[in-house]
Design a protein around this ligand. Structure first.
Ligand code: NAD
Length: 493
C-alpha cells in the first residue's frame, strides 16, 4: 500500500481566522504516536487571537453569511464535502500522521464520515420546520401561533483527539447549516485534519469569519480562553466528563447553552441465546477498534455463566489474532494509542487491574517490535477477568484496548450490574431472542443500545449520553434544535 501524500501546509499548522491562515507568537510540537518523533509545529492561539476570532465570527453572523438562505449554505457545505473527497488521500494522511491509526480505518471511518456528516446535515437543514397552533380563547379571540428558527450565534466547538475529523464535522455541519458561525478548537494532539478542513472551507468560498480553527490546549490556553469568552453564544463539547464539568462552570455565569458528549464505561451483555461466533467477533470490534479509543467502546462484558468459559477462551484466541502495527500495513488491526502520555495512563490501569485482583487472559503490557515502534505509544489488546464490579478498573474509563469479562446468572441481575456505573453512554446486547432484546434495551440507562451489532449509526438518530456521559442529544433534528433559537410568533386573527 502506498503511503498517502502529506500536504506541506501541515508541517506548520496555522490557525484559520477571519478567512486567513495566521501564525501566532507561541508554538507547540506535534509528535507521532508511531515512533515518538516530532512531525509538525503548531501555532497556538493566544487570548488576543481568540478574542479577534470571536469578533470576526460575530461580525460574520450578519453580512453575506447572514443574508444566505439555507439552500445557499447547503450548497457551500456540499462544496466543502466535494473538496474533501477530491483531497481524500491528503485527509487520510493527516489523520494517520496524527493518530497512527491504520490507513484503511482512516479511509473507511474518519474521512468517509467527515464527508458524510457535511452532506447529511446540509440536506437535513433544508428540511427543518416549525410548528403551528391555532388557539381559541374564552372571549372568542383567535390566535395563530407559529415557530421561527434563527441561529444561536457564535458557537464554540471543542473536540477530542480520538476521531478528529469525524467529531469536528459532526458539530460544524449542523451548526453552520443553521446559520451560526463557528470557532473550532481541535485537540492539541490532532491539529492536522482541522487545518486541512480550514483549507477546504477557504477553497469552497465560505465567507471570512464563518468557520475558524484555533489550535491550542485546554486549561490556561485556547480552550479556556474560548469557553470563558463572554461573547460566545453556545458551546458544543466532546471530551472527558471532568472537562465538561469545567466548561460548564466557565459558561455558567452567562447561562450559555451547552451540548456535551462525554466519557463512557460501556457494557456489552452476551446472553446464552446469542450467536456465539458473532458475539465474539462483535466484542473484539467493540473493545479494540481504534485501540479502544472510541467513547462507545466496550470495557465491561457480561457473559452468561453457561457459556462463560468457552467465551473467555474464544475471545482470547480472537484477541491474540489481532495484528498490532504500522498504519500502512493493510493487515494491521490496531495502531498505537494517541500519545506517550496516554500510553502511561493506560499502562497505569493495567497495573492497577492486577493490583485489584484481575486475571490477565491476554495482553496486559507493551508489545516488542525491535524497531522504531518501541519508542511509540503501543500497548497490547488486553482481556481481564476476576474483578468485582466495584473495582476502579470496572468503574473508570480507561480509553484503551482493554475489556473485562464477568459471568452473570440472570437477566435482572445483569441489567442492574450493567447500569451500575456513573456513566451512561452505550450498551450492546447479544441475543437472538427478540423479546429479550427489547425487554432489556428498555431498561438500559444509556443513550444508545445496539442489538447484535456495534457502532453503525444513522445520523438522523439521537446521539448522547445519560449521567456523566453527557448533556443533550445531537444527531438529525436534535442537532438542528441545539444549533437554533426558536421564537414563537403569536398573531391575533
Ligand atoms: P479532553 O476532555 O481531555 O479534551 C477534549 C478537548 O477539550 C480538547 O480539545 C482539549 O484541549 C479541550 N480542553 C481540555 N481542557 C479544557 C478546558 N479547561 N477548557 C476548554 N477546553 C478544554 O478529552 P480527550 O482526552 O481529548 O478525549 C477523550 C475523551 O473524550 C474520553 O473521555 C472519551 O470518552 C470522550 N469522547 C466522548 C465522545 C462522545 O460522543 N460521548 C466522543 C469522543 C470522545
Amino acid at each position: 500500500m502506498h503511503a498517502p501524500v502529506l500536504p506541506k501546509s501541515l508541517k506548520h499548522c496555522r490557525c484559520y481566522v477571519n478567512g486567513e491562515f495566521v501564525k501566532s507568537t507561541k508554538t507547540f510540537a506535534n509528535y507521532s504516536p508511531v515512533d515518538g518523533k516530532q512531525i509538525a509545529v503548531v501555532y497556538e492561539a493566544d487570548e488576543a487571537l481568540v478574542d479577534y476570532a470571536v469578533h470576526s465570527a460575530k461580525k460574520a453572523l450578519s453580512g453575506p453569511w447572514g443574508a444566505m438562505t439555507v439552500e445557499q449554505r447547503a450548497v457551500l457545505l456540499h462544496k466543502v464535502a466535494d473538496i474533501i473527497e477530491a483531497r481524500f488521500d491528503e485527509f487520510v494522511a493527516a489523520e494517520v500522521m496524527d493518530t497512527g491509526r491504520p490507513v484503511h480505518q482512516a479511509k473507511t471511518l474518519d474521512v468517509y464520515r467527515g464527508i458524510h456528516n457535511l452532506r447529511t446535515f446540509a440536506d437535513l437543514g433544508k428540511q427543518a420546520h416549525g410548528e403551528m397552533f391555532e388557539s381559541h380563547l374564552p372571549d372568542g379571540t383567535q390566535l395563530l401561533n407559529y415557530t421561527r428558527r434563527s441561529p444561536v450565534g457564535v458557537v464554540a466547538s471543542i473536540s477530542p483527539w480520538n476521531l478528529p475529523l469525524l467529531s469536528l464535522t459532526w458539530k460544524a455541519a449542523p451548526a453552520l447549516i443553521c446559520g451560526n458561525t463557528l470557532l473550532c478548537k481541535p485537540s492539541e494532539e490532532t491539529p492536522s485534519s482541522a487545518t486541512l478542513l480550514a483549507e477546504a472551507f477557504h477553497e469552497a468560498g465560505v465567507p471570512p469569519g464563518v468557520f475558524n480553527v484555533l489550535h491550542g490546549f485546554g486549561k490556561d490556553s485556547t480552550g479556556e480562553f474560548l469557553t470563558s469568552h463572554h461573547e460566545i453564544d453556545a458551546v458544543t463539547f466532546t471530551g472527558e466528563s471532568g472537562t465538561g464539568s469545567t466548561i460548564m462552570q466557565a459558561v455558567a455565569q452567562g447561562v450559555k447553552p451547552v451540548s456535551f458528549e462525554l466519557g463512557g464505561k460501556n457494557a456489552a451483555i452476551v446472553f446464552k441465546e446469542a450467536d456465539f461466533t458473532a458475539a465474539v467477533q462483535g466484542i473484539v470490534r467493540s473493545s479494540f477498534t481504534n485501540s479502544g479509543q472510541v467513547c462507545l467502546c466496550t470495557e465491561r462484558v457480561y457473559v452468561h455463566r453457561s457459556i462463560f468459559k468457552q467465551f473467555v477462551a474464544a475471545l482470547k484466541v480472537a484477541t491474540e489474532a489481532l495484528k498490532v502495527g504500522k498504519p500502512n500495513d493493510p493487515d494491521v488491526n490496531m495502531g498505537p494509542l494517541i500519545s506517550l502520555v496516554h500510553k502511561e495512563k493506560v499502562l497505569g490501569y493495567m497495573r492497577l487491574a492486577e493490583e485489584e485482583g484481575a486475571v490477565v487472559v491476554t495482553g496486559g503490557g507493551v508489545p516488542t517490535f525491535n524497531d522504531e515502534r518501541d519508542y511509540g505509544a503501543y500497548v497490547q489488546p488486553t482481556v481481564w477477568t476476576g474483578l468485582p464490579d466495584t473495582a476502579r478498573c470496572m468503574q473508570e474509563e480507561v480509553f484503551g484496548p482493554v475489556c473485562h469479562i464477568s459471568p452473570f446468572d440472570d437477566e435482572d441481575e445483569v441489567i442492574q450490574r450493567a447500569n451500575n456505573t456513573h456513566y451512561g453512554l452505550a450498551a450492546v446486547l447479544w441475543t437472538e431472542n427478540l423479546s429479550q432484546a427489547h425487554r432489556v434495551a428498555a431498561q438500559m440507562k444509556v443513550g444508545v443500545v445496539w442489538v447484535n451489532h456495534w457502532f453503525a449509526r444513522d445520523l438522523r438518530t439521537p446521539f448522547g449520553g445519560q449521567k456523566l456521559s453527557g448533556l443533550g442529544r445531537e444527531g438529525g433534528a436534535y442537532s438542528l434544535e441545539f444549533y437554533s433559537e426558536t421564537t414563537n410568533v403569536s398573531v391575533r386573527i
